[in-house]
Design a protein around this ligand. Sequence first.
Ligand code: AMP
Length: 279
Amino acid sequence: MKLIRNIKGIVAFSRQARLKGKSIGFVPTMGALHMGHLSLIKKSKKENDITIVSIFVNPIQFASGEDLKRYPRDLKNDALLCRKSGVDAIFCPQVKSFYPQGYKTYVQVEGLSDHLCGRFRPGHFRGVTTVVAKLFNLVSPDTAYFGQKDAQQALIIQKMAEDLNMPVKIRVLPTVRHKDGLAMSSRNAYLTKEERRDARVLYQALSCARALVRQGKKNVAQIIQQVKSIINKKKSARIQYVLFVDTQDLEPISRIKSPVLLALSVYIGKTRLIDNIVI
Ligand code: AMP
């Protein structure tokens, strides 16, 4: 497995693979890898000759006051996991060379970026689409793999790739959860023992909503009220949003239809967690 830190290196590696006629699967991450990331890597391995993983805590997707500085970083363990999973190359650029002084170009998907998390994290998705567009240019993947855990991000990236005619197929894979339902996330590492217990409530609340919809309940406001009341029972929980939205344009809906995306963002203590299900 190659550990590539510079731009020239990743371009050369990808070009070599292409010259040999190999297909490239790409998994962009911010590191602190867990089973969610590994599920994407596994699928990429299955579907491509070469798998490249990027590990880059992208500063421009964090607003000031967010957790950029303390975001978990553990390249040694990440490299170990990647090697075990049969990854061919890790690309982990330095911020200075990725965004050199005078950097001025940004990619923004309008509309989709304004809903859900976009309302509370202005500039976040502009940072995400910019980094992913740059990574796509460097890696030239045939297929790139994303998690449904970040449903809005996945939709935005699909739209970007489509609108900008990027020659890459976007695959979105299911959310990997702990046994108790909590979606795996690098940010779970911030939780205290007690908070970790409370965090189970996110998936419990989502599951309750799914049951209500399946029973035929159609009133969005009532279901959201139920979800909120389940979450609010936990002392450490503070809801940012709970919304039913259209699975394609992310516009809020007022009556349940199928399929529908139920997405939520909740602070557990100081840790902001997101989760969603498609019903
Ligand atoms: P991150 O390192 O958090 O930026 O995530 C990198 C990729 O892994 C993104 O496409 C995420 O959606 C995906 N991912 C993160 N957590 C999970 C999970 N629990 N299940 C599936 N995919 C995930």
